[in-house]
Design a protein around this ligand. Structure first.
Ligand SMILES: Nc1ncnc2c1ncn2[C@@H]1O[C@H](COP(=O)(O)OP(=O)(O)OP(=O)(O)O)[C@@H](O)[C@H]1O
Ligand SMILES: [Mg+2]
Length: 296
């Protein structure tokens, strides 16, 4: 059964999308079959992986992205999957094994204009359709905006695990705290729709520090985060296994450049060919390996 994982923090801009794309690419290099579902109407993950030309076409047509399963409600998740999504500059599939369910700007309508059937909330519709393709994957990852509104709820409801990207600052800690509170409320709200076959409601399993500047001392923010995690463990609001990841991701210009290139960093040749692993690609590889180990 696929591991279903959402990356979430109520603090925006902490590196959720960068972490999910680059970790996904490392999981593929480990031989895993990975599906990434984009639930952020900003479409950052979709634009990054499709590049603007391909994404613009989908956005202009209004079809071929996740909102179509809700409105007009004819599309199905299995038909929206863009197989082996990453293409090289000259075309050609350069990362076979990484598939995408894209989003476009119309996803924002799910939050306000969409009037569905209260007996079938959007997260239930998505989860039922995702079940049809789960056997094809080892990992299904959900990139979420910094909230648990309707779009995000789809990822959170389908997921069994949550990882929290964080920067070493007070605002990330506040974002994590708010996330745990809102998650608890959402699970209570959606409990009547859960079936045993879905596995456990997703709890926070780990905190992953991102964008760490060289030479900066992050022991104090780490200690504060650990303390908060311990409090939540005692209150049974996070997984008993929840931990701060030993692996962390450094701040590196190539991460910002990767977006423009439309590639995960491990496909950018100069960096990938550095054997030392003492670079940001090595960081993402270690995060991916730790994520794999965490389920063992
Ligand atoms: N390790 C890193 N090194 C340098 N820049 C980074 C790193 N990780 C993320 N960034 C940059 O930080 C910014 C925010 O990252 P990203 O979009 O991944 O965050 P996010 O949490 O997904 O944001 P949002 O809440 O808007 O979805 C981007 O410009 C990204 O390129
Ligand atoms: Mg993002």
């Amino acid at each position: 059964m696929a591991r279903k994982i959402a990356f979430l923090n109520y603090k925006g801009g902490v590196g959720k999308t960068s972490l999910i794309i680059n970790t996904a690419a490392c999981l593929v290099k480990l031989g895993k079959r990975v599906l990434l579902c984009d639930f952020d109407t900003q479409s950052n993950a979709s634009i990054w992986l499709l590049r603007l030309d391909r994404w613009n076409k989908i956005n202009a047509s209004g079809e071929g992205a996740i909102f179509s399963i809700f409105d007009p409600g004819i599309a199905r998740v299995k038909n929206l999957i863009i197989k082996d999504v990453v293409e090289g500059k000259e075309g050609g599939k350069v990362l076979p094994g990484l598939d995408l369910v894209a989003t476009i700007f119309n996803l924002v309508d799910l939050e306000s204009e969409f009037v569905g059937d209260p007996k079938r909330p959007p997260y239930l519709i998505f989860q039922e359709q995702l079940a049809e393709v789960e056997a094809d994957y080892d990992y299904i990852l959900f990139d979420c905006p910094p909230n648990i509104l309707r779009a995000s709820q789809c990822g959170v409801f389908a997921a069994n695990e949550i990882y929290v990207p964080a920067n070493p600052d007070a605002l990330s800690l506040i974002g994590f705290t708010l996330l745990v509170e809102k998650l608890h409320k959402f699970h209570a709200l959606s409990a009547s729709f859960r079936r045993a076959s879905m596995g456990p409601a997703a709890q926070v399993q780990g905190i992953i520090f991102n964008s760490i500047k060289t030479g900066s001392d992050i022991e104090v923010p780490k200690m504060r985060m650990q303390l908060r995690l311990n409090q939540f463990k005692t209150a049974k609001r996070v997984s008993p296994k929840a931990k701060l990841f030993e692996s962390q991701v450094r701040d590196a210009m190539v991460v910002r450049r990767a977006v423009t290139l439309g590639l995960p960093v491990n496909l950018i040749s100069q960096e990938a060919s550095d054997e030392s692993q003492d670079n940001v690609i090595g960081d993402y590889k270690r995060v991916a390996a730790e994520l794999v180990r965490h389920a063992e």
